[in-house]
Design a protein around this ligand. Structure first.
Ligand SMILES: *Cc1c(COP(=O)(O)O)cnc(C)c1O
Length: 375
């Protein structure tokens, strides 16, 4: 499941870290499986007509997810740029060449104000890169259907829905409502679903295009893809001769993503159960390693968002004069930096996400926690 030995980073003088936080872009996304890494290495050693590979990759991803068509991108951010460009100029060669300048007024991309967020870069900036004019709908904490309906004019090129923990989660219109209002007025609905796990859901709901990161839920290399209606996907692909040229996807990446997607979508109940058992074993290993340590207690916690993940919550008793925030800091500042999930230190614990770690990492975490208490 994980590949955590990577001396190559040390060779170039960069400190390797132990990721016990989850799928963090900041820490390099996902460690590739041996199978994905090997497929990428093999792809890198031969020549291919890139156009053939891209066409075939799109067909395969579309078939795997049930979409009409698909194309690969460098990530979901590029996916937003290309979906917007497709809404604004389609595959018109002159329009493609002129972007991000646009000669016509029909270029507004509507976004509910609570979705006007950043994911490390502003969503609205990605819209502008694609030639769109980001146009807010409603207020930061409330949007009503009339506000969306009245925002649609002859200048509207599309509607962007952002599905993410980064957005405001109350007072916004549901995706179903947005689709209904937009489609009644022939406005395409595009979705940023970067970190989502269900690769068929949005297409089934009837959106016109949706983009995902390949390197988040699906365990692929740094990459992404767009699913959607054939005409829009043609528009997305057309940008490869324009603004998407600096977002070029290489042959190794395409092959790595294909293998990762095949594996992800073929995983069955047995595989999911085996991974949960592996996680539970790691949680138990940490718990037994820390048993009896004064001021420390370890419990097993299910994922808050209901995904199939169990984590080790390491609580620090404040009566010891130490606290969970101190433990999180101590772990990241050690000789090998260990990054736990620290978002709930205020509640008295740090969590260890077992997905990216192995037994050796678990033992190192135990050793560091023991040192924190003892030293
Ligand atoms: C991560 C993320 C992105 C960017 O995805 P990349 O694949 O890194 O380009 C865009 N939108 C949201 C909501 C994200 O979480």
């Amino acid at each position: 499941m994980t590949v955590t030995s990577a001396d190559v980073y040390e060779r170039f003088g960069v400190q390797r870290v132990i990721n016990a936080a989850g799928r963090m872009t900041m820490l390099g996304g996902v460690a590739l499986t041996e199978e994905v890494a090997a497929a990428m290495a093999e792809a890198g050693r031969a020549y291919v007509r890139l156009e053939d590979l891209k066409n075939r990759a799109g067909e395969i991803i579309a078939r795997l997810t049930g979409a009409e068509a698909a194309c690969l991108t460098t990530g979901a951010a590029a996916g937003i740029v290309q979906m917007v460009a497709a809404c604004v100029v389609g595959d018109d060669p002159l329009g493609v060449e002129q972007l991000p300048d646009v000669a016509h007024e029909r270029r507004e991309i509507l976004i509910q104000l609570g979705h006007w967020v950043g994911f490390g870069a502003p969503v609205a900036q990605m819209v502008r890169m694609g030639g769109g004019r980001p146009t807010p709908v409603g207020l930061a904490n409330s949007v009503c259907p009339e506000q969306l309906a009245l925002s649609i004019t002859a200048k509207t090129a599309g509607y962007l829905y952002v599905q993410s923990h980064h957005t405001v989660h109350h007072g916004m219109l549901s995706l179903d409502t947005c689709i209904q209002i937009c489609h009644e007025r022939s406005v395409p609905v595009i979705v940023d679903a970067a970190a989502e796990e269900d690769a068929s859901l949005y297409v089934r709901m009837g959106v016109d295009a949706v983009t995902y990161s390949g390197g988040k839920a699906f365990g692929g290399p740094t990459s992404g893809f767009i699913l959607g209606r054939a005409a829009l996907i043609r528009g997305c692909r057309a940008q490869e001769r324009g603004i998407a040229r600096p977002m070029k996807v290489g042959k190794e990446t395409i092959v790595g993503l294909l293998v990762a997607m095949e594996r992800y979508l073929a995983r069955d109940a047995t595989k999911v159960a085996a991974e949960i058992a592996r996680q539970q074993q790691l949680v138990n290993r940490i718990a037994s390693g820390l048993r009896g340590l004064p001021g420390i207690s370890v419990t097993s916690r299910a994922d808050e968002a209901g995904r199939a993940i169990v984590r080790a919550a390491i609580a620090v008793d404040p009566a010891t004069g130490k606290d969970a925030a101190g433990l999180a800091r101590f772990l990241t500042e050690g000789p090998v930096a260990i990054y736990p999930r620290g978002h709930r230190v205020d509640e008295g614990f740090v969590a260890i996400d077992p997905r990216p770690i192995d037994d050796r990492d678990a033992d190192l975490i135990v050793e560091r926690v023991r040192r924190f208490v003892g030293g």
